[in-house]
Design a binder for this molecule. Structure first.
Ligand code: PMP
Length: 422
C-alpha cells in the first residue's frame, strides 16, 4: 500500500516544506492525535496560531453559531456588524493613544502587503526599510522585506524595488543597538534618502529569524528616527500578538506606538483572519476599492476573533504567558548545567527560545537543534526550530496548556536535549 508520505510526495509540490510526517486526526487544547492514535504535545500551535489552544470551546461555539447564520457575503458587498465591532475592539486595544481604523484580510503576508500599500499611499513615498533575519511572508513584497534568501527568495526572480535592509540588533551575535543604529544611518547616507522612505517595518520579537526581542532602546530610537524624517513605523505583530509575549501586543513592552500594526495567526485562534490597524488618517489614505479582497474579514474568522479576545481577557492569558514562560526558562536554565550546548535562553512572556552552539567549534549548531527536535518528536513532543542559523528551538505551546501536560512536556524536553548530546 502506498504510504501517505509517498502520496503527499506525488501530489504536493516539494516547495511546501514539512517538518513532521504526523497526519492530524484530531486536536484539543495542547494535544494532537494522529490517524494511528498516537498522541503528541503541541509546542508549535500551528506556528503561533492557537495561543488559545486547539478548539477552544468558546471559539468553536462562536464559529458554530456563525456557521448557522451565514458564512460569506463579502464585506465589500453585504457588510456585517461583527466585522465593524471587531474593528472597534482592535482600534481600542492596539498600541497608540490616537484615533485608529482597521482593515481585515486573510493572511499575515496580506496584512504586510496592505500595510505597505497604506504607508505608501499616506506618505507619497516609495522606499521601505526592513531588517536582516526578519520574516514578513511569502508574497512578493513579503519576500522582498524578508531578510533571508534561502529558502524564501531563491529562484523567485526580481523582488519589488526600493526595499532596504538594516542589521537587526542581536548582542549575542555581535551586533549592538549602537551598531545597528549606525548601520541605519549609513543606509540613509549611502543608499536611500530618508525623505523617500515611506516606512520602517520591524517585528517586536523577531520570529522566524530566531526569537530575538528588539531592545527597548532600539525601538525608542527607531520611533525618533521615524518622527524626524516623516517615516511611518510598522510593527509586524503577526507572530508576537495576542498574549504570546505576556502583553496583548509586544509593542506594549516598549511603550512605543507604531503607526500601523499587522496581525494574523492567533487573532482568530485557528481560523484564517488578518488585520492592519493604524492611525485613522493614515488608514484612510488609499481610495475606496484600493484595499480589501473577497475573503477579507470572513465571518467565521471574525466570529472566532471576538471569542479569542474574550478568552484572553477572561482567562488572563497575558499573566499565564508570563508564568508559563518563567517555568520554561527556569527549567532550561537547570538543563543548561548539564548541556553546555545551550548558549542562550530568552524571550518575553511565553515567546521563548533556546539557542545551541557546537561545544567544540563554538559555532551555531543547526544539527544539534534538529537532533533535539527529532528526539522530542519520537517521544511525543512537537517542537519547531528557527533562526537564520537554524540553531534555535522556539517554544509556541498554547497559553491555555494544562499544568500537567506542560510538566510532562518539560520532562520530555529535558530528556531530548540530554539524549541529543549522545
Ligand atoms: N509576518 C510575520 C512576523 C510572520 O511570523 C509571518 C508568518 N510566520 C508572516 C508575516 C506571514 O504570515 P502568513 O504565513 O499568514 O502569510
Amino acid at each position: 500500500m502506498t504510504s501517505l508520505t509517498d502520496r503527499k510526495n506525488a501530489a504536493i509540490s516539494r516547495g511546501v516544506g514539512m517538518t513532521t510526517q504526523i497526519y492530524a486526526d484530531r486536536a484539543e487544547n495542547a494535544e494532537i492525535w494522529d490517524k494511528e492514535g498516537n498522541r503528541y504535545i503541541d509546542f508549535a500551535s500551528g506556528i503561533a496560531v492557537v495561543n488559545t489552544g486547539h478548539r477552544h470551546p468558546k471559539v468553536i461555539a462562536a464559529v458554530k453559531a456563525q456557521l448557522d447564520r451565514f458564512t460569506h457575503t463579502c464585506h465589500q458587498v453585504v457588510p456585517y456588524e461583527n466585522y465593524v465591532h471587531l474593528a472597534e475592539r482592535l482600534n481600542a486595544l492596539a498600541p497608540g493613544k490616537f484615533a485608529k481604523k482597521t482593515i481585515f484580510v486573510t493572511t499575515g503576508a496580506e496584512a504586510v502587503e496592505n500595510a505597505v500599500k497604506i504607508a505608501r499611499a499616506a506618505t507619497g513615498r516609495q522606499a521601505i526599510v526592513a531588517f536582516g533575519g526578519g520574516f514578513h511572508g511569502r508574497t512578493f513584497m513579503g519576500m522582498a522585506l524578508t531578510g533571508k534568501v534561502v529558502p524564501y527568495k531563491v529562484g523567485f526572480g526580481a523582488m519589488p524595488a526600493d526595499v532596504f535592509h538594516a542589521p537587526f540588533p542581536i548582542e549575542l551575535h555581535g551586533v549592538s543597538v549602537e551598531q545597528s543604529l549606525a548601520a541605519l544611518k549609513r543606509l540613509f547616507a549611502a543608499d536611500v534618502d530618508p525623505a523617500r522612505v515611506a516606512a520602517i517595518i520591524i517585528e517586536p520579537v523577531q520570529g522566524e529569524g530566531g526569537f530575538y526581542p528588539v531592545p527597548t532602546a532600539f525601538m525608542k530610537a527607531l520611533r525618533e528616527i521615524c518622527d524626524q524624517h516623516g517615516i511611518l513605523l510598522i510593527a509586524d505583530e503577526v507572530q508576537t500578538g495576542f498574549a504570546r509575549t505576556g502583553k496583548l501586543f509586544a509593542m506594549e513592552h516598549h511603550d512605543v506606538a507604531p503607526d500601523l500594526t499587522t496581525m494574523a495567526k492567533s487573532l482568530a485562534g485557528g481560523f484564517p483572519l488578518a488585520a492592519v490597524t493604524g492611525r485613522a488618517e493614515i488608514m484612510d489614505a488609499p481610495g475606496p476599492g484600493g484595499l480589501g479582497g473577497t475573503y477579507g474579514g470572513n465571518p467565521l474568522g471574525i466570529a472566532a476573533a471576538h471569542a479569542v479576545l474574550d478568552v484572553i481577557a477572561e482567562e488572563k492569558l497575558c499573566e499565564r504567558a508570563d508564568q508559563l514562560g518563567a517555568r520554561l526558562k527556569q527549567r532550561l536554565a537547570a538543563i543548561r548545567e548539564k548541556a553546555p550546548e545551550i548558549v542562550d535562553i530568552r524571550g518575553p512572556g511565553f515567546m521563548n527560545a533556546v539557542e545551541f552552539n557546537d561545544v567544540k567549534t563554538k559555532l551555531p549548531s543547526a544539527d544539534f537543534a534538529n537532533r533535539v527536535r527529532l528526539v522530542a518528536l519520537e517521544k511525543g513532543l512537537i517542537l519547531l526550530t528557527c533562526g537564520v542559523h537554524g540553531n534555535v528551538i522556539r517554544f509556541l505551546a498554547p497559553i491555555t496548556i494544562q499544568d500537567e501536560v506542560f510538566a510532562e512536556a518539560l520532562d520530555i524536553l529535558e530528556t531530548s536535549i540530554l539524549e541529543a548530546r549522545g
